[in-house]
Design a protein around this ligand. Sequence first.
Ligand SMILES: Nc1nc2c(c(=O)[nH]1)N[C@H]1C(S)=C(S)[C@@H](COP(=O)(O)OP(=O)(O)OC[C@H]3O[C@@H](n4cnc5c(=O)[nH]c(N)nc54)[C@H](O)[C@@H]3O)O[C@H]1N2
Ligand SMILES: Nc1nc2c(c(=O)[nH]1)N[C@H]1C(S)=C(S)[C@@H](COP(=O)(O)OP(=O)(O)OC[C@H]3O[C@@H](n4cnc5c(=O)[nH]c(N)nc54)[C@H](O)[C@@H]3O)O[C@H]1N2
Ligand code: SF4
Ligand SMILES: [Mo]
Length: 707
Amino acid sequence: MTEFEGGEQVFKSVCRICHGGCGVLVHVKDGKVIRVKGDPASPMNRGWMCVKGVMTPEIANHPDRLTHPMRRKGERGSGEWEKVSWDEVLEEIAAKLKNFREESGAESIALGQGTGRHHYMHVVRFANALGTPNWYEPGLAQCFIPRITVSNLTYGGFVVGDYYGDVQPRCILFWGHNPLVSGPDGELAVSVKRALDKGCRTIAVDPRRSETAKRCEQWLPIRPGTDAALALAMIHVIINENLYDKEFVEKWTTGFEELKLRVASCTPQWAEETTSVRAEDIAHAARTYALNKPAILEWGLGIEQNSNSLQTVRAIAILRGLTGNIDIPGGDILGMNIIRSYPTLKDKLPEGMLKKRLGADEYKLLGGWRAFMPSAHIPALFKAIKTGEPYRIRGLLIFGNNPLTTVANSREVYESLKKLDLLVVTDLFMTPTAAMADYVLPAAFWPEVEQVIGYPLVVENMVMAQQKITQVGECRQDEWIMDELSKRLGLPGSEENLRDVMNYQLEPLGLTYEELKEKAFVYPPHVYRKYEKNGFRTPSRKVELYCKTLERMGYDPLPSYKEPPESPFSNPELAKMFPYILTTGSRRAEFFHSEHRQIPSLRKRRPYPQVEMHTEVAKLHGINQGDWVIVSSPRGSIRMKALISEDISPKVINVEHGWWFPERSGPEYGVFESNANVLTNNAPPYDTAFGSYQLRGLLCKVEKEHI
Ligand SMILES: Nc1nc2c(c(=O)[nH]1)N[C@H]1C(S)=C(S)[C@@H](COP(=O)(O)OP(=O)(O)OC[C@H]3O[C@@H](n4cnc5c(=O)[nH]c(N)nc54)[C@H](O)[C@@H]3O)O[C@H]1N2
Ligand SMILES: Nc1nc2c(c(=O)[nH]1)N[C@H]1C(S)=C(S)[C@@H](COP(=O)(O)OP(=O)(O)OC[C@H]3O[C@@H](n4cnc5c(=O)[nH]c(N)nc54)[C@H](O)[C@@H]3O)O[C@H]1N2
Ligand code: SF4
Ligand SMILES: [Mo]
C-alpha cells in the first residue's frame, strides 16, 4: 500500500468483474474506491484494463447497491421489504433449511450460482456439506464443461493459448470465440490483440464477422450448430493431404486409423452442404492451421451451446492432437496447476445422494461420478421445482445468478421460481430474480473480497491475491454467508474459515494468504512438453483420438456430426414459418451477462438491446438501421433494435442476451421484453453426455415492429 497526500491510498489487487485477473491499482479515499488503474507490473495485463474494470468505482458506489439483508414483507414480488440484521436473517434461513432437511431430505434444497466468480467452488463445498447433490450454474453444460471434460478425456488436461512465453504463435484459429471482446475466458483480450499485432496467420469460424473475425485473413461464416461437420472435414483434409505431424501422431496418439476411417466420407464438399462454408475455404483453413506451427486454437461458446456439444468439441480438440500443437511454446499449453484444488468436501456427500442428483443418470459427464464437477441438469431441476417430480425441491439459495435472464426458457423459470417454499438471493443489486425472493442478501463486490485466484481458470499457471480494501454497507462476501449458515447447521467443514481454505490451497507454494498478498502474484516459468516425462494424463498415456473411456460409457469414441434438431433440414415445415437461424449471446464489452444495465457510463454506450442481421434480410423486411424489430421463435417473441451490416451470414440472426431494465418498475423490470432466453429452448433433445441445451442454432423470424 502506498500513502498519498490528501489521504488517498493505493492498493494492489486483481479485478474480478469477469473471469479475468487483471492486476490493478485501487485508489481509495475516505473509505471509498475512487479510481482503478491497470497495474503495469502485472505479467498478465501489463497496465491494460477493459471498460468495465475502469468503471469499478461507479459500480462499487452505485446508489442502488444492496447494502442490508432484507426480508419480504408483503406478497412475493410485492416489492415490500424490511431490513433485518445478519444474525436474524441467518438464524431464520438456517432454521428453514434444517426443517427441509428433516422433512424432505437434503436433496430438497438446491443451490444456484453464476459463472466462475470468487465463490464458485465454495458453493460446491457448501452443497456437499449440506448433503445436497443439486446445485447448478447456467454455464456448465452450456459453457466450459464440454471443453474441460473433452480436453481431460483427449489429452489429460485443459489447455490454453500460450501468449506468455518467448515464442509467438504462427497461426491462431478462432472457433466460435470472440476473445477481443470476451477475453478473459482463458486468455486476455489484450494478449490476443498483442499476438495479432505482431502478425500471424489467422482464421475465424463464426457466423458473424466478429471484432476478432475482422482481424483475421479468413472468415468462415458457418451455419450455427454445424461446427462438428466443419471440424470433421478439416480432419479429413489434414489426414488425406498428409499434413498431420507424423512423428507426434505415431508416438503420442491412439486411434489414428479408426479416425481416418471415420472421416473418410467427410469431404469438404460434404461439409459445404451442411455448414454453408465453401469447400475450398474449408480446405484452405485446414492447410493454414496444419502447416503453421506453433498454432493456437481459441475455442469458445459457439461450439458448446448445442445438442451435440460432446462430439463437436471432440472433433475440434482432435485438430490439436493431429498437428502436435499441445504443450509446445507458442501453441496450446497444459496447466501447471501450481495450487491445490479447492477442498470441496466431496466425500461428505452421502453415497445415496449421487443417485438422486437430478439428470445425473442421463447426462453422465455433467452429473455422474466421472463428471469434472458433478452438478444437476438445469431443465430437470427447474422441472422438479415446478412439478415436484421426481421429488420436491423446496428451497433454492442463489449466490450471484439471475436465472430469469440466463437460463433457457425464461417464462418456465418464472413459473418454477413461484413454486418454491423458500427463495434466497444474494446479489450486488436488486434483479428480477431477487425481486421474487423471500430474503435478499447484499453481496460484497470485488474490492470488498478476499480471494486466491489461480489463473487462467482450471490450468492455474499463476496465482494472485485479491484483498479486501473497502466495506460497503453491511455487504458480505458470499463465502462468509455460506460459512455462517454452515456453522448454524453444524455442517462438516464449518470449523474452517476462508483463510484456512486459502492457506491450504497455497501450501505447495510455501506461502500463506497474507504472504501472497504482499507479493501480489506468483508466476513460475512454464514447463513445456510435460508429457515427455510421464506421458499424457489419459489411460493410454497418449492423446486419445479414439476414446475408450467414452466407449465404455456408451458414447461414440470417435467424433461425429448430428444435424441440429430445430433446423431447415430437420424441420422444414417449421422453417417455412421461421426461416432464419437464431444464435444468441455474443458478448459485448460493456456488459457481463445480465449485469451493468444500471451503470450509466456503460449503459450510455449501449442503451438498447440489439439484434444483428444482414443488409439483405433487413431490406426484405423493410427494416432500417435502429428500427425496433420483433424477433420470434416457436417459444415466444422479444423486441430489440436492428443492427444492420454485411458482417453476418444472411441466413443468421444474432440477439444479445442478458437484457432487463433496472430503470423500470419491479418485480419484473421488463425481463420478458428483450430477453434472448424467451426465445431459447430448454426442451429435449439435449447433448447425450452433458445434457447441453440449445442457445445457438435454433429457428426464428424477424419483422419490423409496428406501434
Ligand atoms: N464482456 C464480456 N465478457 C465476457 C462475458 C460477458 O458477458 N461479457 N461472459 C464470459 C463468459 S461466462 C463466457 S462463457 C465467455 C464467452 O466468450 P465467447 O466464447 O467469445 O462467446 P460469445 O461472444 O458469446 O460467442 C463467440 C462467438 O460465437 C459466435 N457463434 C454463435 N453461434 C455460433 C455457432 O454455432 N458456431 C460458431 N462457430 N460460432 C458461433 C458468435 O457470433 C460470437 O462471435 O465470455 C466471457 N467474457
Ligand atoms: N441465451 C443465452 N443465454 C446464456 C448465454 C448465451 O450465450 N446465450 N450464456 C450462458 C453462459 S456461458 C453463462 S456462464 C451464464 C452466465 O450467467 P450468470 O453468471 O448467472 O449471469 P447473470 O444471470 O447475469 O447473474 C449474475 C448475477 O450475479 C451478480 N453478482 C456479480 N458478482 C457477484 C458476487 O460476487 N456475488 C453475488 N452474490 N452476486 C454477484 C450480478 O449482479 C448478477 O445479478 O449465462 C448463460 N446464458
Ligand atoms: S478484462 Fe475482466 S478482469 Fe480485466 S479489467 Fe475487464 S472486467 Fe476486470
Ligand atoms: Mo460462460
